[in-house]
Design a protein. Sequence first.
Length: 225
Amino acid sequence: MSASLAPVTIDRREGPFGEVVLRERGDDFEIIANGCFLMDTSDGRSERLLIDAALAALPAGRVAPAVLIGGLGVGFSLVRAAEEARWGRIVVVEREQAIVDWHREGPLDRISGPALADPRTEIAHTDLVEHLRTTTERYDALCLDIDNGPDWTVTEDNGSLYSAAGLTACRKRLTTGGVLAVWSAQPSPTFEQALRNAGFSAVRTEEVAVARGVPDVVHLALRTD
């Protein structure tokens, strides 16, 4: 994506969590939330890694594992999950109705259309933190990408996801042997320690190099009991 191209606003919505904007810049789309750049369609390697690394970390022989994807975004993580026949149920939790609309009825359909039509795919229009706290469902993998990382949240309320209570809720929602994968725009040793303190095992970080600056990362951790 050329940084010299001026962005064009396609849609702007005010919702319960603030403003969310879809912009087009050349051939790519960008999502901006409360003035904070979230993601664009220029690459997507780290969003795909979020799914691939979670599947690779699951115990061998697990049949049709269920995955919860936290955040629809530009759709790269959902598309990657739908491309993999080994996944069973694919649940995407997205709190912004605008983002769901952009995929179902807007220009992002060109990215996610086939994945949304996959019979394994479900969209839950709700807040991820609330869903993890209240649902009784369990998943084999939680792939979370709702912020720029544990140290850089889009809204203040999201910070509770990375707290001791939030990580405990994540752990409860996983099956034994299940994996938690969290996308971040930068490594966070503090978050790695928080995962260990919450009872997760095999905590590690996978990096994705970027053109400039620190690499994007996926934090991985297992529930082993």
